[in-house]
Design a protein around this ligand. Structure first.
Ligand code: BG6
Length: 501
């Protein structure tokens, strides 16, 4: 969509970003995540001038390949759709990509890596330069890689934290409270918390980042952001795809661990947390933790689980699988701000469409002056933050319909980010933002260890209950729908319905 002039930026303050030279080492260089997300994100950062020209990328994997062969593999498999006019910048970028092969549990692999790193980093200033180790590998390998990096001295920083060494980890961070605790303990044997960047790609999404700006850079929202004015809050992450080629992982994991433990609870924290003392990582992460601690233990009758109809026929899924592909839940936050306000969360695979949103449902007005139109005839305001696919913000208000008579109806003010982009401009992918933040040493959008544990504390009892009570209903739902009808009873108690998909 072109900028039609309907919405315009006026003024604006940007925080300065200075890209510094560093090295990014990616473990799992031939995997899907690296090809689909990480290297394209680094390429886009390079195009935007946010990857320093002295920065280098080393991909690591088991397959024997030379640097040149790896570059060709990337070109053929992941960059084949880059238009002809971009070939030159792409080739320049790929010249900065190198490859190192070997076995992750073999000491020689790390001493070889050390030698290559020393050569590539020659002349860089250790006071400002550093290294990111991105672990795009299955979780079982994470501890081995971190331990071996440590044994080889590749994680060492001096007391000032220079030259810096940071490790990016992908979820899952454990599979329940106990396993997360153990994983955390083993990581902290080799790393300080300031070196660990646990990624939740939802935090890199534009609208999710905008939640804080909306709440804390405007005056009009915060005074009504509480139980006095808000009736309920809904958070939806619906996907139209199924488990695809990840059935092996998903069937053991289920939707609650895959989506709620991280993406949904992170969004909930940002929407509901108190005002932080500043915008630094610790101030924000402290507030998110405080919020999670206030969530009332989940009541089992407030949780609905479902499975799409043909799930058990998917390749890689156990024939009698009871794994949930949909979950909906009602949560309460026991603090002054949110006492009594239900938060309805839902997420599922193979639903009608891909849509992630957060909607704030305000209360009815206390009294109507437009009799015979009663207060209950006037639909309450709903503020919706659309996270994807069309990032934006919408607000439904009551307004007078043009005409000689007084007719009142709901009007939807709908803003889409795409409408303010210049031609050719795109919204950065979340991995771009998160990789950049890691290079800059900003942990704000990464999850802290105590927050992960708190989220597991909330969800582990639900997982244990399902394990102990396999007879708990697992509602079947047809593919391409809103999920099981059984979930409708959650918002119905507030005389409302799930936001339309
Ligand atoms: C991942 C989950 O974290 O998020 C996937 O593991 C899910 O199962 C994905 O499909 C959804 O991400 P997005 O950005 O496509 O909404």
């Amino acid at each position: 969509m072109q900028n039609n002039g309907q919405y315009k930026w006026r003024g604006g303050f940007c925080l300065e970003v200075n890209a510094l030279p560093n090295t990014i080492v990616i473990f799992g260089a031939s995997g899907d995540l690296t090809g689909r997300k990480l290297l394209p994100a680094l390429y886009h950062l390079a195009k935007r001038g946010l990857l320093h020209e002295r920065s280098r990328i080393i991909g690591c994997a088991r397959t024997v390949m030379s640097d040149e062969e790896y570059r060709n593999y990337l070109l053929e498999n992941w960059f084949s759709s880059v238009p002809e006019q971009e070939r030159e910048p792409l080739n320049q970028f790929l010249k900065r990509v190198f490859y190192h092969h070997g076995n992750y549990s073999d000491g020689d692999f790390y001493s070889g890596l050390d030698r290559r790193l020393k050569t590539l980093e020659e002349g860089l200033n250790p006071e400002i330069s550093g290294r990111i180790y991105y672990l795009a590998v299955p979780p079982v390998l994470c501890e081995t890689v971190v331990r071996e990096l440590s044994v080889a001295g590749l994680l060492e920083e001096n007391q000032k934290g220079t030259p810096w060494r940071r490790v990016i980890l992908e979820k899952p961070f454990g599979s329940d409270y106990q396993s997360a605790l153990e994983l955390d303990y083993s990581l902290h044997k080799y790393l300080q918390e300031r070196q660990i960047y646990r990624i939740d790609h939802y935090l890199g999404k534009e609208t999710v980042q905008n939640i804080m700006v909306l709440r804390f850079a405007n005056l009009i929202f915060e005074p009504v952001w509480n139980a006095q004015y808000i009736d309920s809050v809904q958070i939806t992450v619906a996907e139209s795809v199924g488990v695809e080629h990840r059935a092996g992982y998903f069937d053991k994991t289920g939707l609650l661990r895959d989506m709620f433990q991280n993406h949904l609870l992170e969004m909930l924290s940002l929407v509901a947390m108190e005002i932080p003392s500043g915008s630094d990582a610790e101030a924000i992460r402290d507030e998110k933790l405080k919020l999670l601690k206030c969530i009332r233990p989940v009541q089992m009758e407030d949780v609905i689980r479902g499975q799409y109809e043909n799930y058990c026929q998917e390749k890689g899924v156990a024939p009698e699988s009871r794994t949930e592909t949909y979950a909906a839940m009602k949560l309460y936050i026991d603090n002054w701000r949110w006492r009594g306000v239900p938060f309805y969360l839902r997420s599922g695979k193979k639903m009608r469409k891909k849509q992630s949103s957060i909607s704030i449902h305000f209360k009815q007005i206390p009294h109507s002056v437009f009799l015979p139109v009663r207060e209950e005839d006037l639909a309450p305001n709903v503020l919706t933050m659309n996270v994807q696919p069309e990032e934006g913000l919408s607000l439904t208000i009551q307004a007078k319909q043009p005409g000689p008579k007084l007719c009142i109806g709901s009007l939807n003010m709908d803003f889409k980010y795409a409408s303010i982009l210049e031609p050719g401009e795109t919204i950065p992918d979340s991995y771009e933002r998160l990789l950049l933040d890691c290079m800059l040493g900003d942990q704000t959008l990464f999850i802290r260890s105590d927050t992960i544990l708190e989220a597991w504390k909330l969800l582990t009892p639900v997982l244990e209950y399902w394990q102990a009570h396999p007879e708990t209903p697992l509602y079947s739902y047809a593919e391409g729908t809103r999920g099981p009808d059984a979930a409708d009873r959650l918002p119905r108690e507030k005389k409302t319905i799930w936001l339309e998909l």
